[in-house]
Design a protein around this ligand. Sequence first.
Ligand SMILES: NC(=O)c1ccc[n+]([C@@H]2O[C@H](COP(=O)([O-])OP(=O)(O)OC[C@H]3O[C@@H](n4cnc5c(N)ncnc54)[C@H](OP(=O)(O)O)[C@@H]3O)[C@@H](O)[C@H]2O)c1
Length: 250
Amino acid sequence: MGQLDGKTALVTGASTGIGLAIARRFAIEGATVYMTGRRKAELDTAVARVGSRGIGFQSDVSQLDDLDRLFALITERSGGLDIVVANAGVGDYGPLGTITEEEYEQTTSINLKGTIFTIQKALPLLSAGASVTLLSSSSALRAVPGLGVYAATKAAIRSLARTWAAELAGRGIRVNALTPGPVETPGSDELLAAFPQGDQSTVADPVAPTPLGRTGRPDEVAATALYLAGDDSSFTTGAELLVDGGATQI
Ligand SMILES: NC(=O)c1ccc[n+]([C@@H]2O[C@H](COP(=O)([O-])OP(=O)(O)OC[C@H]3O[C@@H](n4cnc5c(N)ncnc54)[C@H](OP(=O)(O)O)[C@@H]3O)[C@@H](O)[C@H]2O)c1
């Protein structure tokens, strides 16, 4: 018996990193998992790794037409959704004074607009008792110089989890924020590479050892996503669960 037998899940941004780990774990636990991403080759590879319970759909969360096509497919094939993980997100290095309009638009339209419209458009498909998980970031809880715009979007995500948990409680739908600290993924590697070398005041923070003395693994975030998606967390809503090695709490 898997913990998610018979459930249908959507994980946005599931072609690499944390999203892929969550999709794999959900499929292992018996769920049918819709997986999205913008790059077709990466998504195809990810779906192959997830196996027969993975269904890939190339789409961009910041494009409302893409979201409409995604939810039309899910409606047609599955009829509804029990679990949504709004994971797709991007970050750029940009200290105040260097932020460009283009970087601002990209970060906010994927992290914030993308999350808002993913969940809004999923709403008619969500079953009673469905679980919605939104990916925040420890950078919203502890300053990381250079990540102001990214952190602001992630602070907004945490706020949305509270508001939507209240709005959807009447339907028995739970909404929670999942907040990773430093986790090794292609996305975090790329982001860290953008930090200027040698500027310890800037570089030290994102790569500093956590109290546990290491960075996290995507499968450790996936284990918490599984908890939030399943019945074990049936009395947990509006919460924020941290998977950060203690970095923001100790
Ligand atoms: N890794 C960390 O240390 C860390 C810490 C805190 C929070 N987080 C959050 O965790 C989530 C996953 O991060 P990650 O480190 O696993 O990143 P990642 O390795 O870069 O993976 C991001 C995934 O999202 C997809 N994606 C990006 N933009 C998209 C869009 N507009 N529409 C659909 N899919 C999109 C990417 O594929 P395409 O590029 O092909 O679209 C990729 O599959 C993000 O929300 C991130 O902010 C990560």
